[in-house]
Write a protein that binds this ligand. Structure first.
Ligand code: WT7
Length: 646
């Protein structure tokens, strides 16, 4: 692979917050003297009560416990709103850009404050208070931000469910987090298509095991016809109509929960990662400031959805804690045309753009449509997140979106890490396309081999983190044992990320992708086990095995091997039915791209499916299957190769 280097240009360095020397000395300080470093950084937040212990963390087996800033008291919504009001009441906080290019709306910090306060009062009136869980299933509209901050204001724990999830996935999450309230909108819009949000919630609530929800709070977004249950459903505008625009914030301890967010792991059940108040807020604010080099007056745009961690940390908490002005976008990059991102950049004079490789590749596939009709001269910094960015996509993004003027920050992190972990800093880091480069302040990455030995210098291995940082998830909600098991049992005294990586001679990290049974489809994280259990729930399917294979635009696509129940014939109609089943059972994102009928799956004598073989078949590397002699029935392999769909 050719390794080109894009050095920091003098004009970028001049405008940026940190030079390379400053990065290096601050990084060294953060590692040598973490308590002093974080105590200093914690001054960025407003505290009701100062903390008395900075760091109290253990990765020891059976004693994993992570606490930062103990003794401190604060409120996240006050930090994201109230404290900015003396200077910034009339500054725009949110610029909403709708699905249609004709729709937009601006919200000042004062308006944000008032909307959040009214909603927070409304929540209290509904009997929601400190420690209660609120499920949120919203389109990308300002109200999604209001309701998250309203929860934070009264100490309720929000759990945002991505608007692309199906009723079953909503129900699973509500049951797992015992939500008392669900918040949604009548409908959402994406790429000209309607998303029946309220209807999906109705279906989720109809499931018998969903017993904890007392009310469904509904925002009116599109004036659509929806079913209404007078006992359960409440219009948000009616609830807040008479509410005062001031609301006393709840005093929260540093380690009080802020939110739960579900993500996929290598087993079937999604995990609800729990993030707490002070450490998370500080880490998201600090990373937002330095990684995106956010400076007063900048217009920042993160294209993620609030249903993912990127939206939590880099739409809601980080930018608002920094008093930023930002675009939030309901639509998709290719609607009405592939020029939409560039058009929105020009329209709102965006300076910092944060998006995903899958979006970049989708635009690349459209030729010059993405940049022919716009100039994008306001841009100063570009960001990438969600999956490794291939050098071709990197260079296309750099040249055609950034006019070869803007550094690209390729940010590696995870739902579990709360904020960006490995990343360039715009004025400090020479860039190499495809590399997430160097660790952020306070982060000690390590490459570990299969025996758990830490590798030095140039090396490839599994990526682990050696010590705690403030933004780290504290537990899996309701299952601390699984938390320890998943992240702290693979390597002793280390956090295991699930990713593989390489470190080059300059100490730069190159993330190579997941080393577990987790797929990354268009930047969405999916467990193969989740998809398999959805497939086998279909009446025609006896057994299923799912693997990933490379895909030009999505990065990875889903390949499913299916063994039918006796007597079932494969027809195109049945394949379509199965695909629709997964779409409604789980999510359209989880729908297999390729389905292969398999009379048998390659299993060991103890019955374990050998995915290695299935992966090789799906990627057409039929001559590299390796040893198949330990299979219970090696002949299944020939049949699988013969019927391969790729
Ligand atoms: C997984 C985490 C981080 C917010 C969005 C995804 C992959 C993420 C990068 C990157 C290479 C990346 C990893 C990671 N990933 N960013 N810049 N380069 N890989 O959060 O859904 O928790 O997924 O996404 O495999 O483990 P997530």
């Amino acid at each position: 692979m050719s390794e080109s280097v894009f050095p920091v240009s003098p004009s970028v360095a001049e405008k940026s917050l940190l030079t390379n020397e400053q990065y290096q000395s601050l990084y060294q300080e953060s590692i040598d003297n973490p308590e002093q470093f974080w105590a200093e950084q914690a001054k960025r937040l407003n505290w009701f009560t100062p903390f008395d212990k900075i760091k109290n963390t253990s990765y020891q087996p059976n004693q994993v416990s992570i606490n930062w800033f103990e003794g401190g008291e604060l409120n996240a919504s006050v930090n994201c709103i109230d404290r900015h009001l003396p200077q910034k009441a009339n500054q725009t906080a949110l610029i909403w850009e709708g699905d249609e290019p004709t729709q937009d709306q601006k919200v000042t910090y004062q308006q944000l404050h008032d909307e959040v306060a009214k909603l927070a009062n409304g929540l209290r009136k509904l009997g929601v208070g400190k420690g209660d869980t609120v499920a949120i299933y919203m389109p990308m509209i300002c109200e999604a931000v209001y309701i998250m901050l309203a929860c934070a204001r009264i100490g309720a724990v929000h759990s945002v469910i991505f608007g692309g999830f199906s009723p079953n996935a909503i129900a699973d999450r509500i049951v797992n987090c015992n939500a008392k309230l669900i918040v949604t909108a009548d409908e959402g819009k994406r790429g000209g298509r309607s998303i029946p949000l309220k209807q999906n919630v109705d279906e989720a609530l109809a499931r018998k095991d969903v017993t904890t929800i007392e009310h469904c709070l509904v925002f009116k977004h599109l004036s659509s016809q929806i079913n209404w249950d007078d006992k359960l459903d409440i219009w948000a505008h009616e609830l807040t109509h008479d509410m005062p625009a001031v609301c006393e914030p709840e005093v929260m301890k540093s380690e009080d929960p802020l939110f739960i967010l579900y993500t996929s792991g290598s087993t079937g059940q999604p995990k609800g990662l729990l993030h707490t108040t002070a450490g998370y807020l500080l880490y998201s604010a600090l990373t937002h400031k330095y990684v995106f080099d956010y400076q007063e007056g900048d217009i920042y745009w993160c294209g993620a959805d609030v249903g993912w961690i990127t939206g939590h940390s880099y739409i809601v908490y980080g930018p608002l804690a920094n008093g930023a002005t930002q675009v939030i976008f309901e639509g998709i990059p290719t609607y009405p045309t592939a020029s939409r991102i560039g058009d929105v950049v020009d329209k709102h004079q965006v300076n910092i753009l944060y998006t995903a490789p899958t979006a970049i590749r989708a635009l690349m596939a459209k030729g010059d449509e993405a940049y022919a009709t716009n100039k994008r001269t306001s841009l100063r910094i570009l960001g990438s997140v969600g999956e490794p960015i291939n050098p071709e996509a990197w260079e296309w993004y750099y040249k055609n979106i950034g006019n070869s003027q803007c550094p690209i920050v390729d940010t590696w992190w995870q739902t579990e890490t709360g904020g960006i972990m490995i990343t360039p800093l715009p004025g400090a880091t020479d860039l190499k396309p495809g590399s997430a480069t160097r660790p952020f302040f306070g982060i000690k990455p390590a490459l570990v081999n299969s025996d758990g030995r830490i590798l030095e210098g140039e090396a490839s291995g599994n990526l682990a983190i050696l010590d705690s940082w403030p933004g780290q998830a504290r537990t899996i909600y309701g299952d601390h044992e699984r938390f320890e098991q998943t992240y702290f049992s693979t390597y002793k005294n280390m956090y295991f990320t699930g990713d593989g990586a390489r470190r080059d001679k300059d100490g730069y990290y190159w993330i190579t992708g997941r080393v577990d049974d987790v797929l990354n489809v268009s930047g969405h994280r999916l467990g193969t086990a989740e998809i398999e259990s959805s497939l086998v729930a279909h009446t025609s399917i006896a057994e299923a095995a799912v693997v990933g294979y490379p895909h030009d635009i999505k990065g990875q696509a889903i390949y499913a091997y299916i063994t039918p129940v006796e007597g079932v014939e494969m027809t195109d109609e049945l394949i379509k039915q199965i695909r629709d089943w997964v779409k409604t059972d789980l999510s359209p994102i989880a729908c297999p791209d390729k389905i292969q009928w398999a009379l048998g799956l390659p299993k060991t004598r103890s019955g374990k499916i050998m995915r290695r073989i299935l992966r090789k078949i799906a990627t057409n590397e039929h001559d590299q299957l390796g040893d198949t002699s330990t299979l219970a029935d090696p002949s299944v392999v020939d049949d699988l190769i013969k019927n391969c769909k790729n």
